[in-house]
Design a protein around this ligand. Structure first.
Ligand code: ZN
Ligand code: ZN
Length: 127
């Protein structure tokens, strides 16, 4: 029959490595989980980046198609036209924000001015 001291010693001998093992497993598990989380976050960031790149690419293609109207554009040269607008065809180099893709036409006025053929918006050069 083992006495209490021996039992206690034996329990400590088992419990201590057990506790250390548990702690190791726990921290290893947490480390692996954080790796997994990082990977997932990176993947999500990648997906977002790829999506926005695809959208940008599509917008660029749309912009190119938008400007393919047979006009040899000369942007930024039209007096009375908004900046970045081709005076020959009236299209802006960049699609303007808003509903109307303005097509600017020169209007007769005392100061150089133009208006949009689609929505009627007018633009006047501030002199
Ligand atoms: Zn043009
Ligand atoms: Zn317009």
């Amino acid at each position: 029959m083992p006495n209490m001291k021996q039992v206690f010693f034996f329990l400590v001998l088992i419990a201590l490595p057990g506790a250390i093992l548990c702690a190791l497993l726990y921290s290893a598990g947490r480390y692996l989980y954080s790796l997994y989380e990082d990977r997932r976050e990176l993947k999500q960031l990648d997906a977002i980046a790829a999506e926005s790149a695809a959208r940008r690419q599509q917008r660029r293609q749309e912009d190119v198609k938008r400007l393919e109207n047979g006009c040899q554009h000369t942007f930024d040269t039209g007096l009375g036209f908004p900046p970045g607008v081709c005076p020959k065809c009236g299209l802006a180099k960049e699609k303007p924000a808003g509903d109307c893709d303005h097509v600017w036409r020169r209007v007769e006025a005392s100061t150089p001015a133009c208006s949009c053929a689609l929505c009627g918006k007018t633009y006047r050069t501030e002199l």
